[in-house]
Design a protein around this ligand. Structure first.
Ligand SMILES: [Zn+2]
Length: 314
């Protein structure tokens, strides 16, 4: 079990009333989407088909039809492959997640392995090579792998033209080393704000320090830390926040016990019976603010109980 250090609740209360937002390092700021690989009609969707599994979507159109990269990436295969006929595989790295897209049954191929392609760049022309009935492109999207693996196939229709938001991994902040005077602390805060556009707080936590707003991914907080090191030469520490729900008080231990059983059985959460200014329930930790807020909503809706969000820092 991880041990947590409780921080000053007063300070956190102040921080919590200010809305936090995700800090986006420059390389991750552009909205990312997958686009359809060609014009045409979807003639067969993702899912079970003819007693087996169709791992992609088929898009058909007659004539000379370009097939284009669905997102920016690197070509990892371009050639013939059995029932796929002429096929191109492209690897993508988007907001810290790996994807591979597959473009099958091409008439001809316009790219080579290791080519870096932009979104919308032509990979070849639609055809009916391999095991195809009629001209179409068979398109697959594999999520979470950097190599071809159909076990990771997802329905491309869920991804076309939608923003790919970074997976929220947790709640991270940067805390700098100490400054010797309030004046130097405030000046540093202003410099950091102007250089980055981040939310920056001046805090007194074992010394005068700066503390940032919330980063929602480890990659983005690490990028923020590198920026501070490179541009300012300052020491900084990554702090991860964890969240718990604390209920209002129950009138008796019997009531507390009954509530404990209900909540545990219904939600599967770790729940503790505590006596903190009264008989209450306390949950295990949630990693993201979104998760704890959803949990709070559930408790409010299903049980009608009052709950408080507690923040702990590691
Ligand atoms: Zn197909």
């Amino acid at each position: 079990m991880i041990r947590f250090r409780k921080t000053l609740m007063v300070l956190l209360t102040i921080l919590l009333v200010i809305p936090t937002f995700s800090l986006k390092p420059e390389e991750a700021s552009a909205a990312a989407t997958f686009i359809r690989p060609s014009e045409g009609t979807v003639t067969s969707g993702f899912g079970p088909r003819w007693g087996s599994m169709h791992y992609g979507v088929d898009i058909a159109k007659s004539g000379t039809v370009p097939v284009v990269a669905s997102a920016p990436g690197t070509v990892i295969f371009a050639g013939q492959a059995g029932t796929y006929g002429n096929v191109v595989y492209v690897r993508h790295q988007i907001n810290g997640v790996s994807y591979v897209t597959v473009y099958a049954h091409l008439r001809s191929i316009s790219v080579r392995v290791n080519d870096v392609v932009s979104q919308g760049q032509r990979l070849g022309y639609m055809g009916e090579t391999g095991n195809a009935q009629g001209q179409h492109v068979h398109f697959e999207l594999h999520k979470g792998t950097s190599t071809w693996n159909r076990a990771y196939a997802v329905d491309p229709m869920d991804y076309f033209d939608k923003n790919i938001v970074p997976v929220e991994e947790g709640s991270f902040r940067l805390l700098t080393g100490t400054f010797s005077t309030v004046a130097s602390q405030q000046e540093a805060a202003e410099r950091l704000r102007q250089a980055t556009g981040w939310t920056v707080y001046t805090v007194n936590e074992n010394g005068l320090r700066l503390k940032t707003g919330t980063f929602t991914t480890r990659a983005s907080v690490e990028a923020g830390q590198r920026l501070i090191t490179q541009q300012f030469g300052w020491v900084s520490y990554i702090k991860q926040e964890y969240f718990r729900l604390l209920t209002g008080t129950f009138n008796s231990t019997a009531e507390q016990n009954a509530a404990y059983e209900r909540l545990r059985n219904d939600t599967g959460w770790t729940v503790y019976k505590v006596n903190e200014n009264g008989l209450r329930l306390k949950t295990g930790t949630f990693k993201t603010r979104t998760a704890v807020e959803q949990a709070q909503q559930l408790v409010t809706n299903d049980y009608g109980w009052i709950t408080y969000i507690q923040v702990e820092e590691q």
